[in-house]
Design a protein around this ligand. Structure first.
Ligand SMILES: [Fe+2]
Length: 479
């Protein structure tokens, strides 16, 4: 079966489908029929609308959900700022959290586990671009936590949608809309504003987050591929309604708002939604279900064929963020250098590894829980060892990436790195270039008896006879 054999079994029920209009009730009859906001909603519940797009967004982009809950989300005391030393999500307020744009290729050793903090305080901004204030750009986080959030806490980010990629441990996520169990090789998306609480049933957790300050994730267009393949819509799972009835205890609500952390008190559970209907909801996806396509003749197609989810900019086909994976797959292309080609892209590429070994890097420097960043126009490609191996490999059909799952957050934006990412995490590999590309050797062999027409002699000849310019170019290519 094309699905992951998880060590930790599933414990929740879900509704299937991507960007579907779902409805779910934990108690039969909790959803009003027809009307969204009747004078008296069923069971004495409050009706509350949660919008994920502007009211007037085009119908195909419009996202909203109606919640039927014991008390409205607004029933809390005013927010107060949290001491900034207690969290790491803010790119601006602390001088040491400025963002640095640099052209270097960067690679990080595995980020450490940290058993002393919970989910909220585990979020380390490592890189990003733009600003949540302008609803423009992305943030990239490393998380590592060892503690459950308190039983009476809930967190939300007003800044954007969280795409969470666990690398270690299991996230049990209680949300207003129901529960999600998220294990390594699964991803989940928690849209902007949705209150949630993360607990750790299998001990410490670690992983990566892409926060999308603008737009929402969609499935990529399939073009000539047709109506199936890549991530299929039916494999995305949304929670069913599940609620806590508690209006007797004090709860803490934590809000990430423009990167700063705020907290407010309330005297009822934030997880009191008895029923909901809409298309703005958290969801998860098993990367093992990805239906990979690739070349069956020659050459290596662009890695866009591995896109799971995309968030488009205002320019069609150009993503603010693509979530791309490199799953186990067969390589069969003939007379082809099978790893990725050497390249420089206008897009920036942040990569991580969930488990196994990424097939384009065999030198051992790119490890699970580590990362790399190849920024706008920063040159990269296979390391010297991989190039040597792939250039001489016997090109029979080969399964690569077995037991491995690498991924990429790709963005049209120039991604900057925080002070934490550059130095305080102490994971940057100083020898990345020295280990990867500086050892590359020239294999160029001039054919015997042919003289170079390029360089000084070629220019000389071109100047002498202007009519030979086009010929000069083609002759150089032939040489
Ligand atoms: Fe790349």
């Amino acid at each position: 079966m094309p699905s992951t054999d998880f060590k930790v079994p599933e414990k929740y029920r879900y509704q299937n489908g991507f960007n579907c209009y779902h409805e779910t009730e934990a108690i039969q009859g909790a959803l009003p029929i027809g009307a969204n906001s009747p004078q008296k909603p069923p069971l004495g519940l409050y009706a509350e609308k949660l919008s994920g797009t502007a009211f007037t967004a085009p119908r195909h982009e419009n996202q909203q959900t109606w919640l039927y809950r014991i008390l409205p989300a607004s029933a809390h005391a005013p927010f107060a700022t949290k001491e900034s030393a207690t969290y790491n999500t803010n790119p601006e307020s602390k001088p040491f959290e400025k963002i640095y744009q640099i052209p270097n290729q960067l690679r990080w050793d595995p980020f450490d586990l940290d058993e002393t903090v919970d989910w909220v305080h585990s979020l380390h901004l490592v890189a990003g671009a733009g600003s949540p204030v302008m609803k423009s750009g992305i943030g990239i986080y490393i998380f590592a936590a060892g503690k459950d959030m308190s039983e009476r806490e809930a967190f939300y980010s007003a800044d954007g949608d969280f795409l969470i990629v666990p690398q270690h441990g299991v996230l049990d996520i209680q949300t207003e809309l129901g529960n999600l169990l998220v294990r390594p090789n699964e991803i989940c998306v928690i849209p902007r504003g949705i209150r949630h609480r993360v607990t750790l049933p299998e001990g410490p957790i670690r992983g990566y987050i892409l926060e999308l300050y603008q737009n929402h994730f969609t499935l990529p267009e399939l073009g000539p591929i047709g109506s199936n393949c890549l991530a299929n819509a039916r494999d995305f799972q949304a929670p069913v309604a599940s609620f806590v009835e508690d209006t007797a205890n004090s709860y803490t609500l934590l809000s990430k708002f423009a990167g700063h952390l705020f907290e407010a008190k309330q005297n009822h559970s934030p997880f009191d939604v008895v029923a909901w209907h809409g298309n703005y909801y958290p969801y998860k996806y098993d990367l093992g279900r990805f239906n990979t396509v690739g070349s069956v003749s020659y050459d290596h197609p662009d890695p866009s064929i591995y896109t799971v989810l995309t968030a488009q900019s205002d320019h069609v086909g150009t993503a603010i963020a693509d979530f791309v994976i490199f799953p186990p797959r067969w390589l069969v292309a003939e007379d082809t250098f099978r790893p990725p080609w050497y390249h420089r892209n206008t897009m920036s590429e942040f990569m991580g590894l969930i488990h196994g070994q990424y097939d384009a890097k065999t030198g051992g420097g790119f490890q699970p829980a580590g990362a790399s960043l190849h920024n706008v126009m920063s040159a990269h490609g296979p390391d010297a060892t991989t190039h040597e191996k792939a250039s001489n490999a016997d090109l029979k059909p080969q399964k690569v990436g077995e037991g491995s799952m690498a991924f990429m957050f790709e963005s049209c934006l120039m991604v900057g790195v925080t002070e934490w990412g550059l130095s305080r995490c102490k994971k940057v590999q100083e020898d990345y270039n020295a280990e990867s590309w500086e050892p590359l050797k020239p294999h160029f062999k001039r054919p015997e008896g042919k003289e170079s027409k390029s360089g000084a002699n070629g220019v000389q000849r071109m100047i002498q006879d202007k009519a030979t310019v086009p010929q000069w170019t083609s002759e150089t290519t032939d040489a």
